[in-house]
Design a protein around this ligand. Structure first.
Ligand SMILES: Nc1nc2c(c(=O)[nH]1)N[C@H]1C(S)=C(S)[C@@H](COP(=O)(O)OP(=O)(O)OC[C@H]3O[C@@H](n4cnc5c(=O)[nH]c(N)nc54)[C@H](O)[C@@H]3O)O[C@H]1N2
Ligand SMILES: Nc1nc2c(c(=O)[nH]1)N[C@H]1C(S)=C(S)[C@@H](COP(=O)(O)OP(=O)(O)OC[C@H]3O[C@@H](n4cnc5c(=O)[nH]c(N)nc54)[C@H](O)[C@@H]3O)O[C@H]1N2
Ligand SMILES: [Mo]
Length: 771
């Protein structure tokens, strides 16, 4: 039997702390994932479900976007993939009775953890204007309400259509088609908060906003640099790939303010070496950088490469690149002392790294949120590209850029046109295929959408998945903004805070998850996804849906489109709902690389999308070459007595979904309101390990934001750099604190001061439990 959801809430946030671990996975990971799976699904369903994850005839893990190896294990999942599956395949249910028993105000006082643990949504629910509880509603009435509000808008640009990254290619393609036929490019997505900076930097420099390596390249690399990423928690299957690379002789440099256990040593639960013996040490060189110091680090490496006789691949630079001279001048004149100070490293460490780079013919740089969520994230990633271009490390085996994506189909959603700034060629193709005129003006990204809601310029907020109010910055501002909407609509699998911070009217539309059977008139359907390396493959759910009322995401879009656009729409929405193969036929005609989509995706394992720099050293940029960038080095300046805070994930969460209250590898148990501080930074402030402090962020306009009652943990982080979990700390991130160009919230670089706690930890957890 599965266990019951927790009844006590506000949660007792009472963290207990032991020393951080130095290895990830191993037997405890298996035990932990099975325990969580059994709690949610019971024993039988656990066995049935987990064996289907990431198999060629199974479903794509709803966890991360890391690709599957060609030769699969019987259990091709990881501890955190198992938790993601258990969350979705849980036997717990949120029924109309549940909503009758809990008013919206009651639910708004609960923690995100408690809300998520209540189980799967079973019925479409409606909150009428002025009502205090959600009531069940028919699908027909629900679509009428949305259509009514959309048609009442002064312009289509008063609607916002948000997407989270789990949505399949088919659903995403239909959703953007609907939004554009309706008349707006307001298609913000979670990518705006995630790898937007990577997309911006890569498009400008190599001509395509995606990574240039395949899984096999990792095994061929001489050196892999993992910067700003914690794969032990967020991409655990990447550790198997790094282990395999290591055993073939690859060396690894890790760049991170925190010593992350998974990168130190990996005990692969899929082999005897990992289970019985000590596992594999992964990192050869750990560069414990200051937050935001990565551009400076790569600039110094670049300067040293330029100063080393014969180190530059001049043949590649001459033939394939543009802007070398300007860049080389900027790098050669980089001020050593200041740039070194920005990294927080010693010169010897950088020289050691340089020797490893010069010893390596093939180099890959992997990165995630530690690089993308800074004010100068785009120049930072451009400097990484400079570094790779210098030695010809793009467009040959074992070398390249590897931005490691988050959500399992976030990359595919972009490919399908979920983007507020679509390329003209994409809109031309839509116009030609579907015979309507898509809007050309750029739409709103996440931060701009919040401003538009705040200022009354957006009135209908529709979300295809995700948890908008908890994932976005500046919680108080964002919640107030969303409350100004006429209508908020969420297509969701599980209850979350965005369902209870509503516009005047609100709808919850419950949908199928990846694990579930999707039956339509033409028979059982599958959907497709694209992983972080541009591989497209099918995903087929097998479980009976959580409730007979659920509609699939494609069906929801098709019905809403028919109801809203009416007879005038030239699009065969009914056919699309009946048979998803007809959607793929259209995708094949609109999106390059998807030719013959249905036939190619039927092959086991799917197919790889073309990538000009990777495949042919062709760079589809404005200059027709790969562009060097000569941007000035930036780094966060921290006023006297202040610290820089990064907001990150614990081991027991999936973004805003909290699986549990432990962060095992970091030695934290039973609580999330912790702040990790360097012991000297803590002592200077008179804060013993176990003391409680408020985090107060200071913004340039003089405003302050407070997150009360965090337990201080003395932790081996870089001096001056603190860390605490998101989403609890989103209240501290100002809406206007974003990356240049990409407009991504700079969630890894928030200036804070610490103050002795104003209330006891339990009281502040309770006060703040709604987050
Ligand atoms: N289990 C699980 N899996 C997930 C997710 C999840 O929440 N849970 N989320 C998914 C999503 S959407 C995403 S985007 C990814 C996120 O994957 P990650 O990017 O690994 O996630 P974060 O926890 O934000 O970790 C950021 C890492 O960068 C480091 N870092 C922070 N700032 C800096 C810096 O300035 N420089 C350097 N060099 N390092 C820095 C931090 O110490 C930390 O190790 O994971 C995906 N997979
Ligand atoms: N401070 C700070 N803020 C951050 C970050 C950070 O590092 N620090 N990270 C940012 C990043 S990288 C990201 S990607 C965003 C994440 O932002 P989002 O993608 O908006 O948030 P999630 O928590 O992933 O969304 C979880 C919800 O998705 C719904 N869901 C799950 N599966 C499905 C499905 O199959 N279909 C549908 N329709 N719904 C589903 C469930 O209802 C669940 O409650 O947060 C960002 N915010
Ligand atoms: Mo993400």
């Amino acid at each position: 039997m599965a266990g019951n959801p927790p009844t006590d809430d506000p949660i007792q946030d009472a963290p207990s702390v032991t020393a951080p671990q130095h290895a990830a996975a191993g037997l405890p990971a298996i035990a932990h994932s099975l325990r969580m799976a059994h709690e949610q699904m019971g024993v039988r369903r656990t066995a049935l479900t987990l064996l289907k994850v990431n198999q060629k005839n199974g479903f794509d893990c709803p966890g991360c976007a890391w690709p599957e190896p060609d030769k699969r294990h019987a259990a091709e999942f990881c501890e955190n993939g198992a938790k993601a599956v258990a969350e979705e395949a849980t036997l717990r249910r949120v029924t109309p009775d549940f909503f009758a028993a809990h008013s919206v105000a009651d639910l708004a006082g609960r923690s995100g953890y408690w809300l998520g643990q209540q189980g799967r949504l079973t019925h479409p629910m409606y909150l009428a204007e002025g009502a205090t509880t959600y009531e069940p509603v028919t699908w027909e009435r629900a679509f009428d309400i949305v259509a009514e509000e959309l048609q009442a808008l002064a312009t289509p640009d008063e609607a916002v259509f948000y997407t989270s990254g789990r949505t399949s290619n088919e659903a995403a393609f239909l959703y953007q088609l609907f939004a554009r036929e309706f008349g707006t490019n307001n298609l913000p997505d979670c990518s705006n908060m995630c790898h937007e900076s990577s997309g911006s930097a890569l498009t400008e420099t190599i001509g395509i906003g995606k990574g240039s390596v395949l899984l096999d390249d990792l095994y061929k690399a001489d050196l892999i640099i993992v910067a700003g990423q914690n794969p032990g928690t967020n991409h655990p299957r990447m550790l198997s790939a790094l282990e395999k690379a290591k055993r073939g002789g690859t060396r690894i440099i890790t760049v991170n303010p925190l010593p992350e256990a998974g990168l130190e040593r990996f005990k692969n639960p899929q082999n005897a070496r990992g289970l019985a013996a000590g596992g594999t040490a992964l990192t050869d060189l750990f560069l414990q950088i200051r937050l935001g110091g990565d551009q400076a680090l790569f600039r110094l490496l670049n300067r040293l490469i330029l100063e080393t006789e014969g180190a530059v691949d001049t043949a590649f630079v001459d033939e394939h690149t543009h802007g070398f001279e300007d860049f080389a001048h900027a790098a050669r004149t980089a001020d050593w002392d200041e740039t070194l100070h920005a990294t927080g490293l010693r010169r010897e460490e950088i020289e050691t790294a340089l020797r490893m780079v010069l010893d390596s013919r093939r180099v890959i740089v992997c990165w995630a949120m530690g690089l993308t969520q800074h004010k100068h994230a785009v120049p930072t990633i451009k400097e990484v590209v400079n570094f790779l271009l210098l030695r010809g490390n793009i467009g040959r085996p074992g070398a390249g850029v590897c931005p490691v994506r988050g959500h399992s189909n976030v990359q595919g959603d972009r490919t399908m046109g979920i983007f507020e700034r679509p390329a003209p060629a994409f809109l031309d193709a839509l116009e030609k295929e579907f015979g309507f005129t898509p809007p050309r003006e750029h739409g709103l990204d996440v931060v701009r959408a919040i401003r538009a809601l705040r200022d009354g310029q957006a009135k209908v907020f529709f979300a295809m998945g995700g948890n908008f109010v908890s994932a976005t910055p500046d919680t108080d501002v964002t919640e107030a903004a969303v409350r100004r909407a006429r209508l908020t609509v969420h297509v969701s699998t599980k209850l979350n805070r965005s369902h209870v911070i509503t516009g005047a009217r609100a709808l919850i539309l419950p949908t199928l998850g990846r694990t579930e059977r999707d039956r339509q008139q033409a028979g059982d359907q599958f959907v497709t996804v694209e992983d972080s390396m541009g591989m497209v493959h099918a995903s087929r759910g097998r479980l009976e849906p959580a409730s007979p009322q659920l509609l699939s995401e494609p069906a929801i879009v098709c019905r809403l489109a028919r109801r809203t656009l009416g007879e005038a729409s030239p699009t065969p929405w009914e056919d699309f709902e009946r048979d998803y193969a007809t959607i793929r036929d259209r995708i094949a005609r609109v999106i390059p690389g998807f030719e013959d989509f249905n036939a190619r995706v039927a092959r086991p394992g799917g197919f790889t999308l073309p990538h000009a720099p990777r495949d042919a050293r062709r760079f589809p940029t404005a200059t027709g070459k790969a562009n060097f960038s000569a941007t000035p080095v930036e780094y966060p300046r921290v006023p006297e007595g202040r610290l820089l805070l990064q907001t990150l994930r614990s081991h027991d969460q999936y973004n805003t979904t909290i699986y549990g209250l432990d962060d095992r590898y970091r030695g934290i148990k039973n609580g999330r309101r912790v702040v990790l501080l360097h012991p000297d930074d803590a002592r200077e402030r008179g804060l013993a390990d176990g003391a409680y402090a408020d985090l107060v962020s200071e913004w340039t306009d003089g405003t302050e934001r407070r997150a009360p009652g965090f337990r201080v943990v003395h932790y081996p982080t870089t001096r001056g750099c603190a860390a605490a979990y998101y989403p609890e700390t989103n209240v501290l991130v100002p809406l206007d604190h974003t990356a240049d160009t990409s407009n991504t919230p700079a969630s890894k670089s928030v200036v804070i001061r610490l103050e002795p706690a104003t209330a006891s930890a339990a009281a502040s957890a309770a006060a703040d439990s709604g987050r």
